[in-house]
Design a protein around this ligand. Sequence first.
Ligand code: NAD
Length: 497
Amino acid sequence: MTEYVNHWINNTTVEGNSDRTAPVYNPATGKVTKEVRLGSVDDVNAAVAAAKAAQHGWAETSLAKRQAILFNYRNLLVERREALAAILTSEHGKVISDALGEIARGIEVVEYVTGAPELLKGQYTENASTGVDVYTSREPVGIVGIISPFNFPAMVPLWFFPVAIAAGNTVVLKPSEKDPSAVNFLAELFAEAGLPEGVLNVVHGDKVAVDTILEHEDISAISFVGSTPIARYIYENASKAGKRVQAFGGAKNHMLVLPDADLDLVADSAVNAGFGSAGERCMAISVLVAVGPVADALIPKITERMKALKVGDGTRGCDMGPLITREHRDKVASYLDIAEADGATVVVDGRGQEVDGEADGFWLSPTLIDNVSTDSKVYQDEIFGPVLSIVRVETFNEGIELINASPYGNGTAIFTNDGGAAREFQRNVTVGMVGINVPIPVPVAYHSFGGWKASHFGDARAYGPEGLAFFTRTKAVTRRWLDPSHGGINLGFPQHD
Ligand code: NAD
């Protein structure tokens, strides 16, 4: 019997009225395990109607009650994280330890917004003018649409919906159709924590559901995460429809290695950040920019570590799992042919390597390519797989110029023991998140996340103070309680006295 992934509306599973579905694979076996429903316009409308019916009541729910539910939710997430990790591994393929890491980083955001009463405090000025007080309060924007990618099926949704909900909004969430079950688990757990009906609704689907969310007049704000072309599309269309929008796009993250760096730390970091989650992370390192003699000293250290990696089914204690789909695996593998044709050196070829998993899984083992030219598509494209390229440069400045010439600006890292060089890098690099001897500088929940250039469209970044600002609008109130000495008629512009 086929198992279906249904929508979640008003704290209940809903089949909806669309007869379209898409297969959900276990990437480690290559087998279809479920069919996800692809929501229709009516299905999105039903979710928005539920969110609309719940919105006023939720915004009126006291901060103390919201906070209590968020605390319950945080505790349930911690308690059930292993069950959630198993879902991530079965549909995304990432290994269990990595899935648990993703969940921990998502829980961090819930922990951050348990402080909502403190975070949502407004500002107050007494006696701005004689007898006049001014205060600014934060109010929810209303109904929020969230559209998320396949690569972090739990963490990326958790970057947004707990923040939106803590601020008094209600949500319609459209997860990736490739690994949709994690979000249902997250939504059911929130209901168990006490979240009222209609506050968090999930509609599964594809472009039909996304376009309906984008155009829906009752939705005030859109948070999107995915590839750059779709992020641009979302940004332009949501803006045109008069909505607030933050759209996070793709990446090509560089790691600049100076000759004075600790090369063992660099080799560990390059392997961890290049091949963790099979390179399907928006903050993965995909280009190692080696200054001067660094590359020759580093390659043996990196290859030695790559040889020790165990690739296979994520439930079997491996280091790295499969890619998300067969098509994506083949596309990533095709960059090896491009590399060879473009004159690069394939140092470690991930095709056809032994893996601890079924033959039909979507396998591609870690791959290292040296002497990659910036003219090659291997350098220019976001490959989004376990392929680490080495680009050789002569000087530190050449390295920074190369990174700044990239159309993307999500994350970057410098490895050096020279504080002056690190400072110069940090100040001059045109990238939104910078690591200094740290390869995947995803900020903690109380600093906001976001890249620059083609990695982020819109103003506000995710979670942290900017996330809360995105999901709230401020109201400035100027107040005077009448006293016997009010000033009478005066048509001039109000001034302060
Ligand atoms: P994707 O752009 O294919 O899909 C993202 C979402 O958009 C999904 O929910 C999908 O259903 C929807 N979508 C896809 N095509 C659409 C279309 N034509 N019209 C409307 N909606 C559409 O991205 P993906 O493959 O799921 O995720 C990987 C990408 O996400 C990578 O580019 C990665 O760098 C990026 N990403 C970025 C960040 C970040 O914070 N910048 C974080 C995670 C992932």
